[in-house]
Design a protein around this ligand. Structure first.
Ligand code: ADE
Length: 233
């Protein structure tokens, strides 16, 4: 998988891309990430990438030209670009289903906005997907791009050592994860539930499902309703 990030703040990604899972995926060649400074595609002496909004209003808008020039430069033309994602609070909320789709793409250009937004022609002509990571406004799309890269990378074949843990976790079956414990069996007066020490695998499975259902019902009623309708129509 080749990821190209277009940003005004390339340094933002230094930490996240080196740490842990992403660092290992890159070292092993399963993931390649190139972080590009949008200013490299500005054409004036001051490397200008933003301008005032037509129609007036506060703040600055990122210009269309550097984004188009970058995509053309990186992929040899707009038409050849892989599935292109713009990170923006107006996008569709990111969910695991979409992460699974992204992970199947050969490449992902990630376009990060800043300031009051990006010229609409970038959204219209370059974006296949507009992605938000939640109903809150960040200073820019960089954190959201890092989230997309991390969520996608852990699904790439060969990245996660233990593939079973991928199938069982939150969201893949529509429920939040059940509680996990490790040794010691008692810690500061808090005991691990007896069933987990019982060695009865069927009882453990039943307990985990009940816990996952109860947790989902109380913290994510939206997910719980969708799950109930699928499993008990
Ligand atoms: N840029 C600013 N806020 C954002 C959000 N919530 N998701 C994605 N990109 C953003």
């Amino acid at each position: 998988m080749r990821v190209d990030v277009l940003t005004l703040f390339p340094g933002y990604f230094d930490g996240p891309l080196r740490a842990s899972l992403l660092g290992r995926a890159r070292d092993s060649g399963l993931l390649s990430v190139a972080v590009h400074d949008l200013r490299d595609w500005a054409t004036d002496r001051h490397r200008t990438v933003d301008d005032v909004p037509y129609g007036g209003g506060a703040g600055m808008v990122l210009k269309a030209e550097p984004f188009f020039a970058a995509v053309e430069g990186l992929y040899g033309g707009i038409e050849q670009r892989p599935r292109t994602i713009v990170l923006t609070p107006r996008g569709a909320p990111l969910a695991q289903e979409r992460v699974v789709e992204f992970a199947a793409e050969p490449g992902l250009p990630l376009l990060c906005g800043r300031y009051e937004g990006i010229d609409e022609r970038v959204h219209a002509a370059l974006a296949h997907d507009e992605v938000s990571i939640g109903d809150y406004v960040l200073a820019g799309g960089e954190a959201a791009a890092a989230v997309v890269v991390e969520a996608v990378t852990r699904l790439l074949p060969g990245v996660m050592g233990n593939t079973a843990s991928g199938a069982d976790e939150s969201f893949s079956r529509g429920l939040l994860e059940y509680p996990q414990y490790t040794r010691p069996a008692e810690f500061r007066g808090m005991r691990v539930p007896d069933v987990l020490l019982s060695g009865d695998h069927d009882a453990v499975d039943r307990w985990r499902t009940e816990q996952a259902e109860e947790r989902t019902r109380s913290t994510r009623p939206d997910l719980y309703r969708a799950w109930s309708q699928r499993t008990r129509p």
